[in-house]
Design a protein around this ligand. Sequence first.
Ligand code: GLN
Length: 282
Amino acid sequence: MTYEKLLRFSEKEALKYDKEIEAVKLLLMELSGLDPHEFFLNLKSDVDDQFYDFFLSNLYKYLKEDVPVQHLIGYSYFYGYKFNVSNDVLIPRSETEQLVEEVLYLYDNYFEGKDVKVLDLGTGSGCIGVTLSLEEKHMDVTISDISLEALEVAKSNIKKLGSNAEYLHSDLFDNITGTFDIIVSNPPYIPNEEALENIVKKEPNVALFGGVLGTDFYKKILENIKPFLKKKALIAFEHGYLQKEDIKKFVEMYLPDAIILQKKDLQQKDRFTFIGLGGVLS
Ligand code: GLN
């Protein structure tokens, strides 16, 4: 059996099980250990029996048991980096790449190359904070999470990707000290009773659910954030596409002097809220 035959077989199986073609392609390529260029050069090479069995057992875990491909390969691509993931963390999403990009853009305009202290609350795999620390050398980043298991994954990413971010075990602000120029968070925001796809159910509840309306964490964060902000500061949130107005209300309640900027994701859904204190956001 060649890689090519195995690929075409897997794609047919994916259609049969109503799963994503791209995902099975990624699974085969990543498990083969070949980079994309080598993979296509080797399409006509035979795979050995051991690899064949290994691949098929992983393929059916995805097709029949809904195990996410990222859990099977052990990592996920985010902002051009390969982040370790496990079933203790949320698999980084592409919307969150846009959050990182927006924060970098706003940093350039709002802080103009100054050294800033950044906090990533509920960091999960570390994808937001670690990426910011790698992309912008003026950012001194702290990442934190309530889950010790998630923090282990985040620590492994700090090490593997050569980041200088510091990590802290904390339930929101409980163990945080000092003040920050930028606080960024993509907290759990799915309403408690919302029905999930089977594949999403494989991710930890602590990373998914945010109370009855899904907005509990924004309220808790905004209610307690003031002592942790510098005079001129930026808060950046990712949120559910129906939560824009609720978050705006929390900001008006707890930070009445702040400037609010809300943006859509690439699917044109309301996804991000940026909050500026002591400066003009644009
Ligand atoms: N901050 C992490 C991410 O954006 C984890 C988010 C979460 O667990 N809700 O992927």
